[in-house]
Design a protein around this ligand. Structure first.
Ligand code: SAM
Length: 259
């Protein structure tokens, strides 16, 4: 009973991905906490510290989902001493976040917007629906591009990175946080048992949705390893491409610059 994502046509895969996030949206944040034991929060915090954006940075956070990266960005930038004191009092107004979503599950978007309301964020953020493979923005628009746990869901990964390159300004930075490959064989077998046997069961029990979580596990296994993905980033034209493993390679942060 494989989900068979690799063998289906592009539109069909996109539709299935859409359905997955439509189904999990209301429990998405909770499931992230439960399945990772809260570790995804630490990964995302670290990811934002690695980016260390300055006030005024124009960020595009693609596949933004319920907004975890965007909220961290606003918080990080807001906590930095501004080099333009006259802008400081404007709060979030000087920041412009775009969060394109493909056929983004409306439910994911609603959860994110609700979170923004709860945090009292009324400006500095725009929620834009789009496709990571075909972003609705002109060339050279952003200082930074982030994508967290999103690129794995896209049909044409190379095209997504090409698009990132296109919308970034010269000097702009691409940063991707994504599940990756655990290389240590012992840890890998532990991780494999956990993910293949435990994750779908937890998905069934907590979200009443075995298939979406089986898809999650399969899509992680099918994603290129650290080196392969770094090569794809270089192929798009990025320079100074590096990566950092998180938790033994369960996840990795890839970075590159458009020079
Ligand atoms: N970045 C968030 C986080 O780290 O929690 C959400 C990640 S969630 C696993 C993946 C998101 O990517 C979903 O909200 C989904 O709707 C969106 N998505 C899937 N395919 C996409 C595509 N081709 N273009 C843009 N967004 C896409």
């Amino acid at each position: 009973t494989h989900f068979g994502f690799q063998s289906v046509p592009k539109e069909e895969k996109e539709h299935k991905v859409y359905e997955v996030f439509e189904n999990v949206a209301s429990r998405y944040d909770l499931m992230n906490d439960v399945m990772s034991g809260g570790v995804h929060r630490l990964w995302k915090d670290h990811f934002m510290r690695q980016l260390s954006p300055m006030p005024g940075t124009k960020l595009i956070d693609v596949a933004g989902g319920t907004g975890d990266i965007a909220f961290r960005f606003l918080q990080y930038v807001g906590s930095q001493p501004s080099s333009h004191p006259q802008l400081q009092s404007q709060g979030g107004d000087e920041f412009d976040i775009k969060m394109p979503r493909e056929v983004e599950a409306q439910a994911m978007l609603d959860v994110g917007k609700q979170k923004a309301r709860e945090q009292g964020i009324t400006s500095g953020m725009s929620w834009v629906q789009g496709n990571a493979e075909n972003l609705p923005f002109p060339d050279c628009s952003f200082d930074a591009y982030t994508i967290a746990f999103g690129i794995r869901n896209c049909t044409d990964v190379q095209r997504v990175v090409d698009e990132a390159y296109r919308v970034l300004k010269r000097g702009g930075r691409f940063m991707c946080l994504e599940f990756s490959q655990v290389t240590n064989p012992v840890l890998r077998s532990v991780y494999d048992s956990y993910s293949f046997q435990v994750i779908p069961v937890m998905g069934q029990v907590i979200a009443k949705d075995w298939k979406s979580y089986q898809y999650l596990v399969e899509s992680i296994r099918q994603f290129p390893d650290q080196e392969e993905f770094a090569d794809m980033i270089r192929s798009s034209g990025f320079r100074m491409v590096t990566y950092e493993n998180l938790t033994f390679g369960v996840a990795a942060i890839h970075s590159g610059f458009k020079l």
